[in-house]
Write a protein that binds this ligand. Structure first.
Ligand SMILES: Nc1ncnc2c1ncn2[C@@H]1O[C@H](COP(=O)(O)OP(=O)(O)OP(=O)(O)O)[C@@H](O)[C@H]1O
Ligand SMILES: [Mg+2]
Length: 326
């Protein structure tokens, strides 16, 4: 067995073409054990195709990938025992009740009858499905199916969990439940590969992000890192004496730091292009005796990052992330 050090998922040069369509065109990525990787990309970027390759549901045309140290091509059986998958499209058995769906999966995963029953009830409870537990899933709403699907993927406490747009179509309360559950799984040691169109979701859950478009990785890294790469930081200074704004800006300009100010907001703004500038700004303002009541640094939102990188906005308005303040 090929054990890959500390990376629960490793993808090397995966290619998958459908005729002329390059669904995946040489993708490399890694997910560190016990972390959440957010896989972002516009519609048709190749996210679901990658999840399918990593679940052994389809074979890549080229490249290699390991999950939990198992090779997708050579060790598919072991690999499948390592993973849980919530696909983009629901996969519950419509004729069975919520409870039966979960119980059967538990049994398929070799849990004893008693454990399968207990686990099914536990997950039904966690996903607010207890009341509907005995009803056939065909009568469930979209959100309920989604929750049942998620519960199903968590039955075996998989080491690696793939969540392909897990909260699309869920109301905010249910979305929060799903987020809590994912965080709990990660807290228990699971590794998660999460595809999402919601930047807020990525911001909440992901430790690192990989952005793909047209089957290729176009950016990656930590959330703050990506924001910094794309937009740089903007430093906002609130003076104790707003009348001094023009003078403060002039002093900074003399020190070689482009600064602007707005009388209306009462703020001095400096676009920081490297980290050392923050120290310089504070130094200049201090030595010249300007009073500072507060400072803030602002990063671009993840929406802006996504838009800049892919040239497309993929985010529904209700999921817009709040401006973080560093
Ligand atoms: N079975 C298939 N046959 C033909 N083309 C396919 C097939 N599966 C995916 N594709 C194509 O591959 C590309 C990537 O699709 P994929 O479903 O992986 O994108 P995605 O990033 O998951 O998109 P979305 O955000 O819409 O779910 C698309 O152009 C899609 O039409
Ligand atoms: Mg998809």
């Amino acid at each position: 067995m090929t054990r890959i050090d500390r990376n629960a998922v490793e993808v090397h040069g995966i290619v998958k073409h459908y005729g002329e369509t390059k669904a995946l065109d040489g993708v490399d990525l890694a997910v560190r054990e016990g972390t959440v990787l957010g896989l972002l990309g516009p519609n048709g970027a190749g996210k679901t195709t990658l999840v399918r390759v990593l679940s052994t549901l389809i074979k890549p045309d080229a490249g290699t990938a390991f999950v939990g140290g198992y090779d997708v091509l050579r060790q598919p059986k072991q690999l499948r025992r390592t993973i849980g998958l919530t696909g983009q499209y629901a996969s519950v058995d419509e004729a069975l009740s919520g409870y039966e769906n979960l119980y059967l999966i538990g049994r398929l995963l070799d849990l004893s009858a008693k454990d399968a029953k207990a686990r099914a009830f536990e997950l039904l409870e966690r996903f607010s499905l207890t009341d509907a537990a005995k009803r056939p899933a065909k009568g469930y709403s979209g959100g309920m199916r989604r929750r049942l699907d998620l519960a199903a993927s968590m039955i075996g406490r998989p080491k690696v969990l793939y969540l392909d747009e897990p909260t699309t179509g869920l109301d905010p309360r249910t979305r929060n439940e799903v987020w809590d559950e994912v965080q709990r799984m990660v807290g228990e040691g699971s590794t998660v590969l999460l595809t999402t169109q919601y930047m807020e979701e990525a911001e909440q859950l992901a430790d690192e992000l990989t952005v793909i478009d047209k089957g290729r990785v176009i950016a990656g890294g930590g959330i703050q890192e990506l924001k910094t790469q794309v937009g740089g930081q903007s430093l906002q200074v609130r003076p104790t004496r707003p009348a001094e704004l023009p003078e403060m800006a002039r002093s900074l300009q003399e020190a070689g730091i482009p600064a602007t100010f707005s009388e209306e907001s009462g703020l001095l703004s400096v676009h920081l292009t490297d980290e050392g500038q923050l120290t310089t700004v504070i130094g200049v303002l201090g030595t010249r005796g300007f009073g500072v009541a507060g400072i803030d640094t602002k990063l671009p939102s993840l929406d802006e990052v996504f838009l800049t990188i892919t040239g497309k906005s993929s985010v529904p308005a209700q999921a817009r992330d709040k401006e973080p303040v560093a």
